[in-house]
Design a protein around this ligand. Structure first.
Ligand code: TPP
Ligand code: MG
Length: 372
């Protein structure tokens, strides 16, 4: 087995010597900082934590990547093992996701779109990194933050946008709306308004795939299901019940936690006894992997192995992707609770300073000016 499990756990610290030497500083200098490594840094700037809260819980920022992959690749070229076409496909998918969501925001604020609309800005690498490795027959279960999962899985942007406008040409004939993207053709099992609801549905799909292969003897049925859900959802019972069943029956499923650090206005660190969600995998006897969810190549690397493992009949994997949402929880809830400094810090290293963050507070504006 190549992933980290309880038995074989080994923590690979991020190679961020420079970042560590900056631990004491309130903000890293974006120009001198090491490459952006996902939300690992963000914990240091949590509003609650001038204290050591962060350090207590996340000191060993773990990115567990398979031994096999590490052995195969020299460090310097590890990210280059994709073809130009694959790279372009990933880029295109992420840009599509971002542009789509920005257009949703425009339409919503112009009063053309109604209801709850939860955008995915910032999290694109997770959807792209996993879903672009799936076959058409493989299934995806999403959450209410589901537009981009549907797009990555191949549902045409026009059908997703029409759904948001409530048109009959939408992928659910306009009857589902933003939180309920579904496509039987593309095996998108749905977005779900109740948190955690997609996890048992995904577990059922994985069970059916295994049943078809092993009981009905459909030898070519090696379909995998990927279930996406948030950090807040991991405190729900359905998550634990499904980890148990999936491990017990060795189901072909990958549980992907998109840990954006917040559940509406509740910080992950305040809500969860052990914030390292990936550790819950080994507790159920499946590998748990923790990755930088804002690096599409790292996500893809781990996804490849987790999906391959499921397809080979070796059972489920829990992958915790550290990420961040750049917008509020929903368009109706534009998020005044997060510290603007946290938001800015996350955006700045890659020059992704969202306009709304600049507009949203004087503090942010002054900080940016000082940096220019
Ligand atoms: C069963 C259930 N309980 C409570 C809610 C209210 N609720 C909506 S979103 C949310 C937070 C979920 O956070 P997370 O799982 O981290 O997902 P994110 O929004 O960050 O993507 C909650 C508690 C709900 N939708 N369903
Ligand atoms: Mg969350």
């Amino acid at each position: 087995m190549s992933f980290a499990t309880t038995k074989f756990a080994h923590h690979i610290p991020l190679s961020t010597t420079a970042a560590r030497s900056n631990d004491h500083k309130p903000f890293l200098d974006p120009f001198k900082a090491t490459p952006f490594l996902g939300s690992t840094h963000k914990f240091r700037f949590h509003p609650l934590t001038n204290s050591n809260h962060t350090n207590n819980h996340r000191r060993s920022a773990v990115v567990a990547v398979s031994d096999v992959l590490k052995a195969k690749k020299p460090k310097s070229t590890s990210n280059l093992l994709i073809t130009k076409e694959e790279g372009l496909e990933l880029y295109e998918d992420m840009v599509l996701g971002r542009a789509f969501e920005d257009m949703c925001a425009q339409m919503y604020y112009r009063g053309k779109m109604f209801g709850f609309v939860h955008l995915y800005n910032g999290q694109e690498a997770v959807s792209t990194g996993f879903i672009k490795l799936l076959k058409k027959e493989d299934c995806v279960a999403s959450t209410y933050r589901d537009h981009v999962h549907a797009l990555s899985k191949g549902v045409p942007a026009r059908a997703v946008m029409s759904e948001l406008f409530g048109k009959t040409t939408g992928c659910c004939r306009g009857q589902g709306g933003s939180m309920h993207m579904f496509s039987s053709e593309h095996n998108v099992l749905g977005g779900f308004a109740f948190i955690g609801e997609g996890i048992p549905v995904a577990t059922g799909a994985a069970f059916s795939s295994k049943y078809r292969r092993e009981v009905l003897k459909e030898a070519d049925c090696d379909h995998v299901t990927v279930a996406f859900f948030g950090d807040g959802t991991c405190n729900n019972g359905q998550f634990f019940e499904c980890l148990n069943m999936a491990a017990l029956w060795k189901l072909p499923i990958v549980f992907v936690v998109e840990n954006n650090l917040w559940a509406i206005g509740m910080s992950h660190l305040r809500a969860t006894s052990d914030p390292e969600i990936w550790k819950k995998g080994p507790a159920f006897g499946m590998p748990g992997v923790h990755i930088d969810g804002m690096d599409v190549l790292k996500v893809r690397e781990v996804a490849k192995e987790a999906i391959g493992r499921a397809r080979r009949g070796e059972g489920p994997t829990l992958v915790e992707c550290e990420t961040y949402r750049f917008r509020g929880h929903s368009l109706a809830d534009p998020d005044e609770l997060r510290d603007p400094g946290e938001h800015l810090f996350v955006s700045f290293p890659l020059f992704r300073i969202p306009i709304y963050s600049l507009m949203s507070s004087t503090f942010t504006f002054i900080f940016v000016c000082a940096r220019m």
